[in-house]
Design a protein around this ligand. Sequence first.
Ligand code: ADP
Length: 362
Amino acid sequence: MSLSPEDVVDALQGVIDPELGRSVVDLGMVRDLRVDGGAVSLTIMLTAAASSLRAGFEEQVVGALSVVSGVARISLSFDAMSDAERSELAVRLRPAAGGEPGVSVDSSTRVLLVASGKGGVGKSSVAANLAAAFALRGRRTGILDADVYGFSIPRMLGIQEQPVVLGDLAIPPMSDGVKVMSVGFFLGEGSLVIWRGPMLHRALQQFLSDVYWGDLDVLVVDMPPGTGDVALTLGQFLPRSEVLVVTTPQQVAQEVALRAVEMARKGNMTPIGVVENMSYLEREDGSREELFGSGGGDRLAEAAGLPLLARIPFDPQLGACADAGSPIVREEPGRPGSRALFALADALFETPIAEPQAAAIP
Ligand code: ADP
């Protein structure tokens, strides 16, 4: 039996656009398909000309077609969609994204907010590494950088490019399986900080509604530090969110962190636990030195009525990896810091998603 274009299309159903999470056939990205004897040629229309996804598509197409009997030669080319084609694609994606204003993710998606009372405690580092650890464990993972006082997540995850915009939908670029979106991609460093009240509310709502996340198991959100109105506004647009509060062993970090827990409760977010960061330095012989005092995590956990979920060691490699654009859990999974972060990531998925509580503190 000779090879037909239908056989090829069937096989191409299995080729998935990693950013959009759907088949290139369903997305209408396959063009100029020709079958001539055993020779197959086709073009894949990319959402952006400078797409970093080419190599991945090539591998997938060759993988999918080489098992089809009768295929002897594959010639694959790429082209970029026109603006009109991109808008059309956005319309196809919209129904999946539509619904309530704000972040649109499925009801089975875990939304994990990483918060802190003040800056510099390692909140963004914990968020970026948790997201990378989830992805390494095979979970479909997104991270939203909402720390409007300093967008550090794209840098920590080595994202160089701006997101592709299809019509009015922004498609998060990927870092080794993690979908990455930053409020900073659109609003510019620091510009939100001067906004207040309804303007801020509208800008965030608009931004959060226009991101296409696709199917996710978990969305990690790097929150702004403190208890300002940005954090409260964000909470309103994030469905059923669980909050991790990051603190350090120091007394002062612990006091401001308690206010962040209280704010989360008032804002209908559900605090689920405390993470103490920079807890100790682990030497090669396994001995530990507490560099910044001790007990901050325990005291906060007790005062807030929450479990202490992790103590993450101080690890100079953690900062070095972030500066190089790849999180430590990915680069050096055996380091003490990585082990603590993986243990936290695993523990989080051992408990069911917390049900939203009625505001506990008046
Ligand atoms: P925040 O988001 O709370 O402002 P960052 O995640 O940006 O904090 O971290 C602040 C600094 O501390 C960064 O330079 C980061 O590399 C470093 N850092 C964070 N956690 C650790 C850790 N466990 N060990 C060593 N350095 C850390």
